[in-house]
Design a binder for this molecule. Structure first.
Ligand SMILES: NC(=O)C1=CN([C@@H]2O[C@H](COP(=O)(O)OP(=O)(O)OC[C@H]3O[C@@H](n4cnc5c(N)ncnc54)[C@H](OP(=O)(O)O)[C@@H]3O)[C@@H](O)[C@H]2O)[C@@H](O)CC1
Ligand SMILES: Nc1ncnc2c1ncn2[C@@H]1O[C@H](COP(=O)(O)OP(=O)(O)O)[C@@H](O)[C@H]1O
Ligand SMILES: [K+]
Length: 505
């Protein structure tokens, strides 16, 4: 699913109106109905709803929502905020359509807002994607007052004051919504951790914008949907054998961190790899053989750390390296050898990233390789330097991938997958139960297995990250967020793959 800019969203609205031969008021009615349906579904009926409307079309939506909620039996109070001399035509049309009983309150001073009960609902329709400067003055006072009211805030399209696709200036006030229903497509701002406090839980509500326009609109940003992933999955062939699903090598584990190798290996095997060899320091031999009998185990000459590559490293179809390996000098030498000798795809995680990040010599060896990096945000900053904010991080992600022609799965709540073409795919599965040691090792194992099965590097990243989060979402039903461990995620990989391979409805 594409993510469009604010400007493209306006064009999509205009194009839809022209294509369908409808008026902009008709499209607004559609948007208001979609919001109202979502709101009622979420909050049930009979509630007290205060709708705050700004002067533009977002405010117009608010007025239409007020009318529709009133018709459906809610106790509704609309508010008109600010200078109405500039009100949009569709705002005015919807103001006229308000029934007699709904007398709006004019707010020209934040003091005009009555105290709202904590059980009340606020619909935030002050500004949408047409915001063109930071919110200050009266509007900021209103926003601050609503934020501190304690009532539940539901934003129409986007929390008012938040920029859709670029950094909101610090001086601008922003609504802190509990939830947001956005029209047709997710907005880039929703996917960034720095906006969690503003956006809350968000949902996309379709309003039938022009498919043709969306299809042709250029963008670098996408959200991965289940449908996208189901189209990527390759069924196993009846006469296939293990040799057709790749022989993967994992270089993982170190003294005291052999669990990282076990987790990556178990996840790799649960993700369909044909054969798996794991090389661990000598101290890990019995651990691996006992914990993961399906994997072949090689030992390093070093007792505690990775220090060498196995013989015949070229025979493996893919190599996953990093979890638990530490940053000893001997390990750095081994990573250097790996980058120098292997022509096969590498999945590079954890301390392998840290070692590369700290060495210009190793970085210089990254060119012309088939590489996937799976850093968390700290590891990513070690690679690219300190970032200023989440937009800056995205820009660094795109530049790093374009420079080294590599893939990076930048992990987080919405893991962002950067590609050599400068595109970014945001993941939509996963939950905070995954914020626990070892879940990243699981991801390394999954992606390594998928590359081994001849998925392209891009497919392996998107599918791997999606199924990793899906397994955790399925684990929620039995273990919940608090008790979830990395092993629970592995244990739910079978259900996650089953879920994806079942026929689409
Ligand atoms: N187009 C369609 O058909 C559909 C659109 N839809 C809905 O429309 C929304 C977009 O509407 P929009 O483009 O009218 O912009 P909107 O967000 O209401 O704000 C613009 C107004 O605010 C003002 N203003 C801006 N920044 C300001 C600031 N910091 N402080 C103070 N004022 C500021 C600006 O005035 P000016 O810049 O001239 O001062 C102008 O008056 C979209 O999110 C969706 O909800 C849906 O109904 C589907 C159909
Ligand atoms: N709040 C969250 N919501 C969704 N996914 C999360 C959340 N926190 C962490 N994750 C996922 O969990 C994994 C954590 O990886 P990482 O930090 O490398 O852990 P470790 O190094 O302990 O294995 C990543 O895939 C990340 O996307
Ligand atoms: K809004």
């Amino acid at each position: 699913m594409k993510i469009l800019s604010a400007a493209q969203t306006r064009q999509a609205d205009a194009c839809t109106i022209q294509e369908e031969g409808i008026s902009s008021t008709d499209l607004m009615e559609r948007a208001a109905k979609a919001f109202t349906g979502w709101f009622e579904n979420k909050f049930q009926s009979g509630t007290e709803v205060h709708v705050f409307c700004g002067p533009g079309n977002n405010g117009g939506d608010g007025l239409a929502v007020s009318r529709l909620l009133h018709e459906r039996g809610h106790r509704v109070q609309p508010y008109l905020v600010g200078d109405l001399s500039k009100a949009s035509d569709d705002f005015n049309a919807n103001l006229k359509r308000l029934p007699q009983e709904l007398q709006p309150i004019r707010v020209q001073d934040a003091a005009a807002i009555p105290a709202l009960s904590k059980s009340a609902f606020i619909v935030d329709a002050l500004f949408g994607t047409g915001l063109n400067r930071p919110v200050t003055g009266l509007y900021a006072q209103v926003i601050n007052s609503l934020n501190s009211s304690g009532a539940t805030i539901a934003s129409v399209d986007i929390p008012s004051g938040l920029y859709t696709d670029s950094q909101t200036p610090e001086e601008g006030a922003i609504i802190r919504a509990h939830c947001t229903a956005t029209f047709e497509l997710p907005k880039l701002a929703f996917l960034l951790p720095q906006h969690e406090q503003f956006v809350g839980e968000w949902h996309v509500v379709p309003i039938g914008l022009s498919e043709e326009f969306i299809l042709g609109a250029p963008t670098n940003f996408f959200c991965t949907t289940q449908e996208d992933i189901q189209q990527l999955l390759k069924p196993r062939r009846k006469f296939s054998h293990k040799g057709m699903y790749g022989h993967a090598l994992l270089l993982c584990g170190g003294y005291g961190k052999m669990g990282a190798a076990v987790l990556a290996a178990r996840a790799c095997l649960r993700s369909g790899v044909g054969l798996l060899t794991v090389q661990v320091p000598q101290a890990g031999y019995s651990i691996l053989q006992t914990a993961v009998p399906e994997a072949m185990t090689l030992t390093d000459k070093n007792r505690r750390h990775l220090s060498e590559l196995p013989q015949g490293v070229e025979k493996y179809d893919v190599i996953g390296v990093g979890p638990g390996i530490g940053t000893e000098r001997v390990t750095k030498t081994a990573i250097g050898q790996l980058l120098a000798t292997s022509s096969h795809p590498l999945v590079i995680d954890a301390d392998a990233i840290n070692l590369i990040a700290a060495s210009e010599k190793l970085k210089a060896q990254l060119y012309k390789k088939k590489l996937i990096f799976t850093p968390h945000p700290k590891e990513f900053e070690r690679l690219v330097g300190k970032v200023k904010n989440d937009y800056d991080r995205l820009q660094h992600l795109r530049e790093f991938c374009m420079e080294y022609k590599c893939y990076v799965a930048l992990k987080g709540s919405h893991t962002a997958i950067g590609t050599p073409e400068g595109k970014v795919y945001f993941n939509t599965t996963g939950n905070p139960g995954m914020a626990t040691g070892g879940t990243g090792d699981v991801l390394t194992g999954i992606i390594t297995a998928l590359v081994g099965q001849q998925y392209t590097l891009e497919e392996a990243c998107r599918l791997g990250v999606y199924v990793h989060g899906l397994a955790a979402d399925l684990a929620l039903q039995t273990v919940g967020e608090i008790a979830m461990t990395a092993s629970d995620v592995i244990d739910h990989l079978p259900r996650a793959f089953l879920h994806l391979t079942q026929p689409m409805p």
